[in-house]
Design a protein around this ligand. Structure first.
Ligand SMILES: [Zn+2]
Length: 59
């Protein structure tokens, strides 16, 4: 289960597989154009907290 922080706290547990549909249907303003997707259909995740050092030495 996932927690929708846009819903009231007494009714905000969403099955993981339904999160995108929940956002699209219930919170269209937050969903907007939807997430960016890679060509394989997986969502693009932007994590600004990562630093280059966390990817290791490529050599
Ligand atoms: Zn919600």
């Amino acid at each position: 289960m996932s927690t929708c922080h846009l819903c009231p706290s007494d009714d905000n547990q969403i099955p993981d597989a339904d999160v995108l549909d929940h956002l699209r249907v219930v919170h269209p303003d937050a969903y907007g154009e939807g997430p960016d997707l890679w060509p394989d259909g997986s969502p693009v995740v932007v994590d600004a907290a990562l630093t280059p050092a966390e990817f290791g030495d490529p050599s």
